[in-house]
Design a protein around this ligand. Structure first.
Ligand SMILES: [Zn+2]
Length: 311
């Protein structure tokens, strides 16, 4: 029997039939509709299509939003039309299959713990650098969900007092300094300053903006402006991880998202900033840093695996 994993993001819904070893045997994709009823229709259609071709026992859904403590309801989603949406029961009654609901960053972190970069480490922190920063914490081999269901929103830990305004309404959150969007902002500032920002400025003049993928490409080619942009977000991320070390004491930090494809070019400055900011009062082993291995499949695999183990 297989489990279907569905990952509902702000722009795309990705689904897959997942086997007991965490491998996706078939994938489907659709655009995310703009209203809640149409999203449920799209998910039901995707599950039914997969169930026609595979023996499906249950369904795991990863959703980009705050999930209630009992894992039945999406309380709020910043980029999707859900407000107190009873997604689990709505899908369960239409599908006639058991449905499990989890936050998308938590599902991705769970997948990396079970089948990816965090395998073998029962204490793991994952940070995914996208538009914002997604977070997941594995403690003692279990996903940390918290007293209200919304633990590990690591992108919204206070990083700079009185800092930049964040989409969550607070100021100075880590994701304003260490996300994919923060990388683009840093590149823009370096382009404005001239000097080493020359190639970034030329790219912006040509494209009208500086895409994150292009910053990574220039950094790999050794462009000093792009390397400086990466260094700025890497430093913020490393310092943020130093603070998390004091709370969680993980064995490993897994870094995901598009910019993690820079590999060591990203991890080396992250590690330096982390080692300089870990509280120094107690001598103790430092955590490892590694990049995520499952890419965009992590949400599907994690949602399915969480559903499969909640037997
Ligand atoms: Zn925030």
């Amino acid at each position: 029997m297989l489990t279907v994993g569905i990952d509902i993001g702000g722009t795309k819904i990705a689904g897959g039939a997942v086997d007991a070893a965490g491998a996706i045997v078939e994938r489907l994709r659709a655009d995310t509709p703009s209203d809640a009823a149409a999203i449920a229709d799209a998910v039901v259609g995707m599950v039914q299509a997969l169930a026609e071709r595979h023996q499906v026992a249950r369904v795991g859904v990863a959703a980009a939003g705050f999930i209630s403590k009992d894992r039945s309801t999406v309380i709020h989603a910043p980029n999707i039309a859900w407000r107190d949406e009873p997604l689990r029961d709505r899908l369960q009654s239409r599908l006639g299959l058991p449905v499990t609901l989890e936050n998308d960053a938590n599902a991705a972190g769970w997948a990396e713990y079970r089948y990816g970069a965090g395998r073998g480490h029962d204490h793991m922190v994952m940070l995914t650098l996208g538009t914002g920063v997604g977070g997941a914490i594995i403690l003692d081999g279990e996903l940390l969900t918290g007293g209200h269901g919304i633990a590990a929103e690591l992108g919204h830990t206070r990083f700079v007092r009185g800092g930049r305004l964040c989409g969550c309404g607070q100021h100075g959150c880590l994701e304003q300094y260490a996300s994919g969007r923060a990388l683009q902002r840093a590149a823009g500032e370096i382009a404005d300053a001239g000097g080493i920002g020359e190639r970034l400025a030329a790219l912006r003049a040509e494209r009208g903006r500086i895409p994150g993928r292009e910053i990574s490409r220039l950094a790999r080619e050794g462009d000093p402006g792009a390397i400086e942009a990466v260094a700025r977000i890497a430093t913020a991320l490393g310092e943020g991880c130093g603070g998390l070390q004091a709370v969680v004491d993980p064995e490993v930090f897994v870094i995901g998202g598009g910019v993690s494809q820079l590999g060591e070019d990203l991890l080396a400055p992250v590690r330096r900033a982390y080692e300089a900011s870990v509280p120094g009062l107690v001598a103790r082993p430092l955590a490892e840093f590694t990049t995520a291995q499952l890419g965009n499949d992590a949400g599907i695999i994690g949602a399915a695996d969480l559903a499969a183990r909640r037997d």
